[in-house]
Design a protein around this ligand. Structure first.
Ligand code: PMT
Length: 398
């Protein structure tokens, strides 16, 4: 997600400073170069050496330190940033950046940079709710900074309330989003993801192997590119992408209801979910007992075809689906594209290595109603971006 990007990470002095170490690792794992700037108070909480080791870069701390490099350090850091992030951001650094105060390395780089800014506040609830802090946060937001609001919970000081630094993966996701071109700004998108569960009784259900990864990657990539995204998801183990409205739908009927409702406000609808074609006609009220039987019959009835119903109801929207097959992939995909009246279908085969259920990668052939055929291979995030490229190009043509 962050391959080739430089993140300048400002760390200010709060107890959550240690979590910026984990963030540094996550950003590195996602392919970014990380350059850390610490305030002097941050260095009281965590050693600069830890950041230097994890980022594999020198840590900037002192405005007037003698360096080997001839460049003016705060200006070169400001220019190097694809994203400038402050994690954790204390009330003090938020106040300085909002009010144009530049009196140390971190606040000076903040003033000089033109990179998109991500600010993740963390502090005591009383401080966070203070009117001045809220006003400063609003000022930064109005200037285009992405504010990753703190979570609620038990704080280091013992108080319970809002102020805990948000999850590091969520912050990394916000940073990835800030680093992207916003070519989908103004587009509203609905994505469905994951498997549905069709209840047999209160204990058992029929499902499939979809993990939700493909749909979540589409939702994250579209949001990173500036789209307003709603994700209707079966039950998964995944963290909802940052900034995406996520609605959980357990069964195919739940997914049908949520999708039909959300489709009304969407320009593009992509159905990546693996929806059960059938459900038990009846769900037993109590656990079905074996009662000495060696076999039982469960009668199934057809579920609504969600994507076909969306197409029928909204003939002018851009509607895309996936096709998962074990044989005759392209032939079946073309049939589904036509039968369901789709604008695009992404065909993937369970028989190909690195494709399909549960994997972090996928191999798809993107077929359009206009007869285009575009292959896409890579991480599910890369494949998602390739599919979105085709969607946006064809949306413009419509
Ligand atoms: O979730 P992952 O582990 O990352 O795996 C990704 C994936 C393999 C699930 C994904 O890439 C994928 O192929 N999703 C569609 C799987 C599927 O159900 O394909 P299908 O050929 O049965 O359905 C065709 C299309 O109709 C799909 O867009 C499907 O969402 C839609 N459909 C199907 C049945 C139904 N009742 N309603 C639907 O809307």
């Amino acid at each position: 997600m962050l391959e080739g990007k430089t993140i300048v990470l400002g760390v200010s002095g709060g107890i959550a400073a240690y979590r910026a170490l984990e963030l540094t690792s996550v950003l590195k794992k996602r392919g970014a170069a990380v350059k850390v700037i610490m305030t002097k108070s941050a260095a009281e909480f965590v050693s600069p050496l830890s950041f230097r080791t994890l980022s594999q870069n020198p840590v900037a701390l002192d405005m007037f330190a003698e360096t080997d490099c001839w460049e003016v350090e705060h200006i070169s850091l400001a220019k190097a940033a694809d994203v400038f992030a402050v994690v954790p951001a204390t009330a003090n650094i938020i106040g300085k950046i909002a009010n144009g105060i530049a009196d140390d390395m971190l606040s000076t780089v903040a003033m000089a940079t033109r990179a998109p800014m991500v600010i993740a506040p963390a502090m005591n609830t009383g401080m966070f709710e203070n009117e001045a802090v809220q006003k400063n946060i609003e000022t930064l937001r109005s200037r285009g900074a992405e504010i990753v609001m703190p979570a609620s919970g038990r704080l280091a000081c013992g108080d319970v309330g809002r102020g805990r630094l948000e999850d590091v993966d969520v912050i990394a996701d916000a940073i990835a989003g800030a680093s992207c071109k916003k070519d989908m700004k103004g587009i509203r998108m609905l994505v469905t993801a994951g498997a549905t569960r069709e209840a047999i009784d209160p204990v058992r259900y029929i499902t499939n192997h979809s993990s939700g990864k493909m749909g979540y990657a589409l939702a994250a990539a579209a949001r990173h590119r500036g789209a307003e995204v709603t994700l209707v998801s079966g039950i998964t183990n995944l963290t909802p992408p940052y900034g995406v409205e996520t609605i959980t739908a357990v069964s195919a009927l739940d997914m049908y209801d949520a999708s039909m409702k959300s489709a009304e406000n969407a320009d593009i609808i992509i159905s990546a979910a693996a929806v059960a074609d059938f459900r038990p006609i009846e769900t037993a009220e109590n656990k079905i007992k074996k009662d000495g039987r060696t076999s039982i019959e469960i009668e199934l009835t057809e579920n609504p075809d969600i994507i076909s119903e969306i197409r029928k109801k909204y003939p002018n929207k851009f509607v895309a689906g996936f096709c998962m097959e074990t044989e005759n992939l392209i032939e079946n995909a073309k049939n589904k594209l036509e039968k369901k009246g789709l604008d695009l279908i992404a065909a993937n085969s369970l028989r190909e290595e690195g494709a399909g259920f549960g994997t972090d990668t996928n191999r798809v052939t993107v077929l359009t109603g206009g007869g285009d055929s575009v292959p896409a291979v890579g991480s599910k995030y890369e494949v998602a971006n390739a599919i979105l490229d085709v969607c946006t190009a064809n949306l413009k043509k419509q």
